[in-house]
Every structure is written in structure tokens, then in C-alpha cells.
Design a protein around this ligand. Structure first.
Ligand code: 5GP
Length: 216
């Protein structure tokens, strides 16, 4: 007798891309989602931005000098890169590809131009846009965070307004009015995407049942 399956075997993991304007609450929502969804790997980005208070190298970002970043880019180490508010950000390629090959899901928090690049090389990536409830709320959140100068905050707000129409290129939109609800919606999307027939090893399931039924 074949052993009982506890979950459907996967052919390949899903790449979950989350974007949303600065201050839309991606970090907080992602922290809840990562705590609740098992077997979800987080892709740590590289950046030339200096660390904010409390940020740890290798946990929140890999903090690189511009020279280091450009050398790694030149060596093809990034899946995508984008300049954002004067700093460069990029997704290390080998981590993501390795996990997906093992059938594990990877989640990443990247801005819209990076997401476009990811989708062009991995068209089956699942792209989720986290939408702030209003510009006023975004301004309040950025102000509360106090991480940037007033000038930098205004720059991030202008950038946010520019970024909103990109939602039309995403697969899902989640409104972050309430943190727990937004996290629950993203969790549901990830769980549903895991059950897509095209991404599961259904041939193996079918063969298993056929073998087991030979003596019926
Ligand atoms: P922050 O400086 O506030 O941490 O991030 C600024 C923006 O950069 C956010 O919109 C965030 O999603 C984006 N970002 C973070 N990592 C990456 C990355 O690896 N690639 C791209 N394209 N954007 C990133």
C-alpha cells in the first residue's frame, strides 16, 4: 500500500511577488503572513541604501556599497534590479531559483519595475499589489515611521502616487486598511495558488492511485 499523502506533491514552488507604495504596510503584513504560512521562504534583497535603525545585514537586506552592488549585477547575480529614491535594490538570483526548484514557495517584497522584470522572466509568478487605503493614511504612516527626512518622505509620497496605476499589471490587489485582514487575504491567495493543478505533480497522484487499484 502507498503511504498516505499529507499534501499534494509540487513540481515547482510558487514565486509570490508583493509590491505596494512605500508606507503601504508591506513589512507589517509580510511579518504576519510569514508567521502564519508554513514553508514560505523570504527572499532577502540587496540594497545600496544605508541600514535604518534596527535593520540587520542579511536579515532585512544585504547592505552593499554601490561598487559591490554593480559588480554583482555585472556578474549576473540578480534576478532583477531597480533604482528607487536614489538607491539600488536587487533580488539575489540563486536563493530564489534554488528554493523554487526544491518545490518551496518564495515571497519577495519589491517595487513595481523589479516586479515587471520578474514577471518577464518568470511569467507564472503570483503578483500581489498591496494598496494603501488613502494617500492621507500613507502620509500619516510614513510620518509615524520617522525613518526619512521630510524631503525624503515627500519624495516617497510622490513616488507612491506614480506607482498606484501599476496595480493593473498585477494578479491580485489587497487593500491594507486592516493589517490582520490584509494578511489573511494574502495567506488565502498563497494557499489557493498552491492547489493549482498545473503546479502540482498530479501525474504522480494519478499513477499512485492506478497502481494501488490494480488488485481491485
Ligand atoms: P525601503 O527602502 O523602504 O526598504 O524599500 C524601498 C522600496 O524598494 C520598496 O518599495 C521595496 O518594495 C523595494 N525593494 C526592496 N527590495 C527590492 C528588490 O530587491 N528589488 C526591487 N526592485 N525593489 C525592492
Amino acid at each position: 500500500m502507498l503511504k498516505q499523502l499529507r499534501e499534494v506533491p509540487r513540481i515547482r514552488g510558487n514565486l509570490i511577488v508583493i509590491s505596494g507604495p512605500s508606507g503601504s504596510g508591506k513589512d507589517s503584513v509580510l511579518a504576519v503572513v510569514r508567521g502564519e504560512v508554513p514553508d514560505l521562504e523570504y527572499s532577502v534583497s540587496a540594497t545600496t541604501r544605508p541600514p535604518r535603525e534596527g535593520e540587520v545585514d542579511g536579515v532585512h537586506y544585504f547592505f552593499l556599497t554601490r561598487e559591490e552592488f554593480l559588480a554583482r549585477k555585472e556578474a549576473g547575480e540578480f534576478l532583477e534590479t531597480a533604482e528607487f529614491c536614489g538607491n539600488i535594490y536587487g533580488t539575489p538570483r540563486s536563493f530564489v531559483e534554488g528554493k523554487l526548484d526544491l518545490g518551496e514557495d518564495v515571497i519577495m517584497d519589491i517595487e513595481i519595475r523589479g516586479a515587471d522584470q520578474v514577471r518577464s522572466v518568470m511569467p507564472d509568478a503570483v503578483a500581489i499589489f498591496l494598496m494603501p487605503p488613502s494617500l492621507a493614511e500613507l502620509e500619516a504612516r510614513l510620518g509615524k515611521r520617522g525613518a526619512d527626512s521630510p524631503e525624503a518622505t515627500r519624495g516617497r509620497l510622490r513616488k507612491a502616487v506614480e506607482e498606484i496605476p501599476a496595480v493593473l499589471r498585477y494578479d491580485y490587489v489587497v487593500l491594507n486598511y486592516d493589517l490582520e485582514q490584509a494578511a489573511e487575504e494574502i495567506r488565502s491567495i498563497i494557499v489557493a495558488e498552491r492547489a493549482r493543478v498545473g503546479k502540482c505533480d498530479c501525474d504522480r497522484l494519478v499513477r499512485g492511485f492506478q497502481m494501488e487499484s490494480r488488485n481491485l
